[in-house]
Every structure is written in C-alpha cells, then in structure tokens.
Unconditional design. Structure first.
Length: 342
C-alpha cells in the first residue's frame, strides 16, 4: 500500500498519539498504547471496483446500435456521426446493501359502486435491495445511479484503475448518502404493500452494508452536422446508461399531427357524442363527469404531442432502475427468519 493510501492526523482517544489509517480499514491499533479503535467516516468506508469487460471497440459498436435504436433519432445519425473521443472513466457511487423486512397493516378496497367495501389486510415480505447514488458531480455524464445488481465486486486497486482510465474521487456527503439510503429502504415497504388504507407500518433492515463502488463507464463524444453529443456506456455490461442524439424531424412532425388529431377527437368529439346520445338519461351528472374526463385526457394528449415536437430536436435517453419484485412470504416463515437473524 502506498503512502498516498494512508491518512495521518487522527489522534488516539487514549494517549493522544498520531495514528496511521490505511484506506478502507475499519479497525486500527495505536502504535504507542495498543488501543484499538473503530474508524468512522469516509476513511472507514470499504471501497470496491466493478471489473471492466467492455473494450473500446465494443463500446464504439454499442454507440452505433444506440444511434439506430429509436425512430426518434435522426435516420442518418449512425452514418454521419463522427466519433471525436472515447475514454474510460471510473465514477464513485455510495452504495448500500440490505435485506428489508416489512409488515404493513391496513385495508384493501374490494368491489365497486354500492358493493364497495374495505377489508383488513396484513402484508408481509422480505426483499434484498441495493441502492446507490453518485458520490461526485455527474452532471457532465448524466449518470446518477448504476445497475449494481448481480455485478461482481473486486477489492479496490488504486494502481489498476488509474492505469485503465480516469478516476474521479468522491466529494459527496457520506452522512447524506446514509440518510438517503435509509429513507429509500423505509419507503419501499408501504409503496409495495399496495393497500388503499394503511394504519401501521413496521420495517426492519438486516444484513446491511455500506461501501464506495468505483464503476467503469465508457464516455463517447461524437459530432453530427457540427453539433456535439455524448453517450455513457456501462463498462461492464455494455448497456447504454445515458445518451444524447439528434432528433428525427419527420417523426416529430408525425407525432405533432397525430397527437393533435387524437387529442381533438377525445377532447371534443367524444364529449359531444356522450351528451347527444345521453341527453334523455337520468344520470346526466355522470355524463358530465365523463365528458370532463375526456376533455382533460384530450387536452393532455395534445400537450404531450406539442412537447414531443417542441423538444424533439434532441433525443435524450436515461437509464432508470426498474422496480424489483417483492418476495411475499408466510407469517410463520417471516417470524422464523427474524428469530434466526437475532
């Protein structure tokens, strides 16, 4: 371990002597009085790195596939794009792993209309969860989080990743990341219970770990008709995590015309037909409500078409983490698992 990986300046709580703290080490021993201390803070956060499996040539092929992946991208973008720069970077991500145990008590709506009622329900589940967020300013790359599920982790090797590419050091707040991870884990339980009324929620997080993961990204910058664009590619799997491309003018015009026509049909023609054929109905209030809903839906479709045309000059893709499935388990098994953890 090099001298740059060692921190000096922390005093022993027993004798006041200066302690050397190797990067990532949680337990240190004072060389003067042999007092053992647990390191807390960023120097106590274990560091990992995800191995690189995608080389430069494959990353460039992924760029070509991205430029042909959507009709919203200019049709000749893959042919006229001129690659200007491709570099491998390692971005740090605060990462938390844990198993969430949840108990939710509430009510679920059953039936509709006059037969609508609420039945008491108890939902219990257990789920392994991974959460991460960028530990530095990623505005330049557009990647706020990365897909860490099922990824292998290697011990952090400072010399190796600096040899492979550009490494960004963490500058974010560790305490803020810990708080956000806790809030994310806690919020999963009531959201995934899917009850209409919630009276009580109990959450327990076990097998919790926290670390700093350096993730490889290929950053490819290219020119299209004099304008610069950029794509961020997963250096382990080759997945596109963020990308910008020139928009397709024909597609924008088709969306505008089609959206306006569909929106006008929903907003004006459907309410007119409902009120005409239901003018002798006893439920006139219900028809007015349906007409209002149709009007709002049509106007929303027209607005969406306008936005697609207005901002479609540039296509932007951003990877979003999918909501993982919840493993529901019987109460007896859940209690046995909890007792085993204790």
């Amino acid at each position: 371990m090099s001298e740059s990986d060692v921190t000096l300046g922390l005093n022993c709580p027993k004798c006041g002597g200066m302690i050397r703290i190797p990067e990532g080490q949680r337990l240190v021993i004072c060389p003067y009085c042999q007092q053992r201390s647990i390191v807390r803070g960023e120097r106590g956060v274990l560091r990992y790195q995800v191995p690189v499996q995608i080389d430069r040539s494959k990353a460039e092929r992924m760029l070509e596939q991205f430029l042909r992946s959507s009709v919203a991208i200019a049709r000749n973008a893959s042919r006229q794009a001129k690659l200007e720069e491709s570099l491998l970077v390692f971005l740090p991500f605060f990462t938390s792993w844990g198993r969430v145990l949840g108990w939710v008590f509430g009510q679920k709506q059953v039936g509709s209309g006059d037969k609508k009622r609420y039945e008491p329900r108890e939902v219990q589940f257990v789920q392994d969860t991974t959460w991460n967020t960028a530990a530095c300013d990623v505005g330049e790359f557009g990647v706020e989080s990365v897909p860490l599920e099922d990824k292998p982790y290697d011990p952090y090797d400072d010399d190796e990743i600096h040899r492979l590419g550009m490494v960004f050091e963490p500058v974010g707040s560790l305490s803020e990341a810990l708080q956000r991870a806790e809030e994310q884990f806690q919020a999963q339980v009531p959201d995934k219970a899917r009850l209409d009324r919630i009276s009580q929620v109990f959450v327990r997080i076990v097998r919790r770990r926290f670390g700093l993961v350096f993730y490889p990204l290929w950053i490819l910058r290219y020119l299209y008709r004099g304008r610069a664009y950029q794509v961020a590619i997963d250096g382990h799997s080759g997945q596109i995590l963020y990308g910008k491309a020139p928009g397709n003018t024909v597609y924008r015009a088709a969306v505008l015309v089609g959206g306006m026509a569909l929106g006008a049909l929903i907003a004006f023609d459907i309410p007119t037909l409902l009120l005409y054929f239901g003018r002798n109905s006893d439920d006139l209030d219900g028809l007015l409500v349906l007409s209002g809903i149709a009007l709002l839906a049509g106007l929303s479709a027209m607005y969406a078409a306008y936005r697609a045309f207005r901002y479609g000059e540039e296509y932007e893709y951003r990877w979003k983490k999918r909501v993982s499935s919840v493993d529901f388990i019987p109460q007896q098994l859940l209690m046995s698992f909890t007792e085993a953890q204790e």
